[in-house]
Design a protein around this ligand. Structure first.
Ligand SMILES: Cc1cc2nc3c(=O)[nH]c(=O)nc-3n(C[C@H](O)[C@H](O)[C@H](O)COP(=O)(O)OP(=O)(O)OC[C@H]3O[C@@H](n4cnc5c(N)ncnc54)[C@H](O)[C@@H]3O)c2cc1C
Length: 346
C-alpha cells in the first residue's frame, strides 16, 4: 500500500483538473482496500474512492481527506462467467472478452475507467449497459463494516444510476461478476440505430463480435469519446449531462416550446420520455467547440465539456452553468450533471 501526502489529483483524472489530496493511498489488493477504508472510517476521515478518474470533477481546493486509489488487478474467466477486480481497466477487460469470443459487453468498448466503477452509474453506451450482464457485485459495506455480495436485483440499476450512486458513501466495490454469452463469435443483438446503420444491418441482428467492438470504437473516436492524451477533445469526463427523462406532463410542456423543431424522443420507464441532452445543448446555441476560454465544448461532441490545457475546475463549472442555464431558458428542461462532483456543485 503506497501512501503519499499532499498528492496532486489532476493527473489522475481525465479532465486533468482538481487540487491535491491531503493523503493519497494506492491499494493493490482487496485486503489493502478494506484496511484503508476501515482506517479512514475509524478516524472519521473523509474518504474519496478513485478509479480511473474519468467521471469526477474535483474542486480546485482538492480533497481534504484520504483519496483511496483502487489499483487491484484480476480477470478471471470460467466459461461464460467473468469476475473482474475493481481496479481492472474496463476497456482492456472488454477487449479481452471480445478476443475470447464472448458477447455481452462488446458495445461498451473504449469506455474509460475501472471495472469497479461500472456498476456505480450503470455504465452504458450504444444500446448496452452493465446492468444486463452483471450478476453480482462484491463490495465492502462501510455501514455494516463487512464485505457483502449483492445480486443484480439488489443493485437497483436504472439509467446511469444504481444503489451505489444513490448511497455514495456506503459501498466500496471490490469485484464485479458478469454472465457473458457464447454466441459462436457473434455479438449481442444490435440495438442502437447508429450502430445498425454503420454496420448495414437491421436492429436486432447479430454481427461478428470483433466487428461490433471495432465499429463502436470508431464511432466513439469520431466523437472524442476514446481517451487520447494528444487530443484535448478527450480531456473530459465523457458526457457532462445525462439525457433528460421527462414525465408526460414535462414532455408536453417541452414539446410546446419546440417551435417546429423535432426533438429526439425515446420511450423510458413509467410512461416517461427520454430526450437528448446533446440535441438540447446544440439547439440552445451551444454548438461544437463553443467557448473561448480554457474550458470549451468538445469540437467533436456538444455533450463533452473539455479542458483545453490550462483550465481550472471553476472555468469548467462556469461553462457548465452557462450551458445548463441556456438550455433551461430555451426549452424549460433542467440538465443534470453525470460526473460526480467533489467539493463543488453546479
Ligand atoms: C472520454 C470519456 C467517455 C466516456 N464515455 C462513457 C460512456 O459511453 N458511458 C458511460 O456510462 N460513461 C462514460 N464515461 C464516464 C466514465 O468513463 C464512467 O463513468 C466510468 O465507469 C468511470 O470509471 P472510473 O474508474 O474512472 O471512476 P472514477 O471517475 O474514478 O469515479 C467515479 C465515481 O465512482 C466512484 N467509484 C470509483 N470506483 C469505485 C469503487 N471501486 N467502489 C465504489 N465507488 C467507486 C467514485 O468514488 C466516484 O464517485 C466516459 C468518460 C470519458 C472521459
Amino acid at each position: 500500500m503506497q501512501v503519499l501526502q499532499n498528492a496532486p489529483l489532476a493527473p489522475l483524472t481525465t479532465l486533468r483538473l482538481g487540487g491535491p489530496a491531503r493523503r493519497l493511498v494506492t491499494a493493490t489488493t482487496d485486503e489493502e482496500v478494506v484496511a484503508a477504508v476501515r482506517e479512514a472510517d475509524a478516524a472519521g476521515e473523509p474518504l474519496l474512492v478513485l478509479g480511473g478518474g474519468s467521471n469526477l470533477v474535483i474542486g480546485d481546493a482538492g480533497f481534504d481527506g484520504t483519496v483511496l486509489r483502487i489499483a487491484t488487478r484480476g480477470f478471471a474467466l470460467d466459461g461464460t462467467r467473468l469476475e473482474l477486480a475493481a481496479g481492472e481497466v474496463w476497456a482492456d477487460a472488454v477487449a479481452r472478452t471480445v478476443e475470447e469470443g464472448l458477447a455481452g459487453i462488446e458495445f461498451l468498448a473504449g469506455i474509460p475507467g475501472s471495472a469497479g466503477a461500472t456498476p456505480v452509474q450503470n455504465v452504458g453506451a450504444y444500446g448496452q449497459e452493465v446492468a444486463e450482464t452483471v450478476t453480482e457485485v462484491v463490495a465492502y459495506d462501510r455501514r455494516a463494516g463487512e464485505t457483502v455480495t449483492l445480486a443484480n436485483a439488489e443493485c437497483d440499476f436504472s439509467y446511469r444510476h444504481s444503489r451505489f450512486k444513490a448511497d455514495p458513501h456506503r459501498y466500496v466495490v471490490l469485484r464485479v461478476r458478469f454472465a457473458l454469452e457464447d454466441a459462436a463469435g457473434q455479438s449481442s443483438p444490435v440495438k442502437y440505430a447508429e450502430v445498425a446503420r454503420t454496420l448495414g444491418v437491421e436492429a436486432g441482428e447479430r454481427v461478428d463480435l470483433a466487428t461490433a467492438a471495432d465499429t463502436v470504437l470508431k464511432l466513439r473516436a469520431g466523437k472524442g469519446m476514446v481517451l487520447d492524451p494528444e487530443d484535448h477533445d478527450t480531456w473530459s469526463a465523457g458526457s457532462f449531462f445525462t439525457n433528460p427523462v421527462l414525465t408526460a406532463e414535462q414532455y408536453a410542456a417541452f414539446a410546446a416550446r419546440l417551435d417546429g423543431l423535432t426533438a429526439p424522443a425515446f420511450p423510458a420507464p413509467e410512461g416517461c420520455t427520454k430526450t437528448s441532452a446533446a440535441w438540447l445543448i446544440d439547439k440552445a446555441g451551444f454548438t461544437k467547440g463553443y467557448g473561448t476560454g480554457p474550458a470549451t465544448l468538445s469540437t467533436k461532441h456538444t455533450l463533452a465539456l473539455t479542458n483545453r490545457g490550462s483550465a481550472t475546475t471553476e472555468d469548467l463549472l462556469a461553462l457548465a452553468r452557462e450551458v445548463r442555464d441556456g438550455v433551461r431558458a430555451a426549452f424549460g428542461v433542467e440538465l443534470v450533471n453525470e460526473p460526480v462532483m467533489v467539493g463543488v456543485a453546479l
